[in-house]
Ligand binder design. Structure first.
Ligand code: APR
Length: 233
C-alpha cells in the first residue's frame, strides 16, 4: 500500500444493517415499505406532515433499541489511532458512529436525533416524538421538522467533504449501494486526485467498477480486518 496519510471514509445503511437497522434498497428495505415520494421529499412534508413525522418518529424510536456493531467500533478505533487526517462521511441518519466513539465525522443526509426549524434554520438535539407543529425552542415558531436531508435538498457540508476528498490518499466506501449522488460520485473525485479506492460491501454496488479494490462480505467482518491491517502498518 503506497504512503497513506489522509483518509476519507463513506458509510451507508449497510454498516448499520448488522445492528438491526433496515437498509433502503435491500430485502425488507425502507423503500420497499414506503415510497420515497411519500416520506422523503419537501412536497411530501407539505402534503402529509403526519405521515412524514411518524415515519421518522418510528425510526428514531427504533434507534434507541439498537447498538453499534464491530464495524462502527473499528472505525472509531481508527479515528482515535490514526495520526493523519481522517473524515468519516456518513449518509446514515443514525447515531451509531457517535455511540461507538467516532469524532472526526459528519452526517451529510442529516440526523434522526436532531430537529430542524423550518422558520429560523436552527437545529437541536431531539430524542422524542416530534408531532407536526412542534414549537421551535429558539424562535417559538411551530415549525420543527425532522433534520433529514430530503431528496431534492442540498446535502450538508459538501464543501468540507470536497476539500477532504481532494486531499485524500485513500477513499473507502462501506455499506452503500452507490445509488444516490452526490455520495455515489465521491469515488471518482478521489480517483481523479490519485487516491487509492477501496469498497467494503455485502454485494457489488453500482459504483464497484470505479474502485481499485472491492471486498465482498459483511461490514462487521471486513471493516475490523481492514482497520487492523491498516493500523498494523
Ligand atoms: N455489510 C456490508 N454491506 C451491507 C450489509 C452488511 N451487513 N448489508 C447490506 N449491505 C449493503 C448492501 O449490499 C447495499 O449495497 O449496503 C448497501 C445498502 O444500500 P442502500 O439500502 O441503498 O443504502 P445507502 O446506499 O446507504 O442509500 C444511500 O439513499 O435513500 C437514500 O438518503 C438515503 O442515505 C440513503 C441513500
Amino acid at each position: 500500500m503506497p504512503d497513506i496519510r489522509n483518509i476519507v471514509i463513506l458509510t451507508g445503511a449497510g454498516i448499520s444493517a448488522e445492528s438491526g437497522l433496515a437498509t433502503f434498497r435491500g430485502p425488507d428495505g425502507l423503500w420497499e415499505g414506503h415510497r420515497v415520494e411519500d416520506v422523503c421529499t419537501p412536497e411530501a412534508l407539505a402534503r402529509n406532515p403526519e405521515l412524514v413525522h411518524r415515519f421518522y418518529d418510528e425510526r428514531r424510536a427504533k434507534l434507541a433499541e439498537v447498538t453499534p456493531n464491530a464495524a462502527h467500533e473499528a472505525l472509531a478505533e481508527l479515528d482515535h489511532q490514526w495520526p493523519g487526517e481522517l473524515l468519516i462521511v456518513t449518509q446514515n441518519v443514525d447515531d451509531l458512529h457517535e455511540r461507538a466513539g467516532a469524532n472526526r465525522m459528519l452526517h451529510m443526509h442529516g440526523e434522526l436525533m436532531s430537529a430542524l426549524c423550518a422558520a429560523c434554520g436552527a437545529s437541536k438535539l431531539w430524542h422524542d416524538p416530534m408531532p407536526p407543529g412542534t414549537a421551535c425552542p429558539f424562535c417559538n415558531a411551530h415549525s420543527l421538522r425532522p433534520d433529514i436531508v430530503f431528496f431534492g435538498e442540498m446535502p450538508y457540508e459538501m464543501e468540507r467533504i470536497d476539500a477532504a476528498l481532494r486531499e485524500a490518499d485513500l477513499f473507502v466506501s462501506i455499506g452503500t449501494s452507490g445509488a444516490v449522488y452526490p455520495a455515489a460520485g465521491f469515488v471518482q473525485t478521489a480517483r481523479h486526485v490519485g487516491a487509492e479506492t477501496l469498497e467494503l460491501n455485502l454485494d457489488p454496488s453500482a459504483g464497484s467498477i470505479y474502485f481499485h479494490d472491492t471486498r465482498i462480505g459483511p461490514a462487521s467482518v471486513l471493516v475490523p480486518e481492514w482497520v487492523n491491517s491498516l493500523l498494523a502498518g
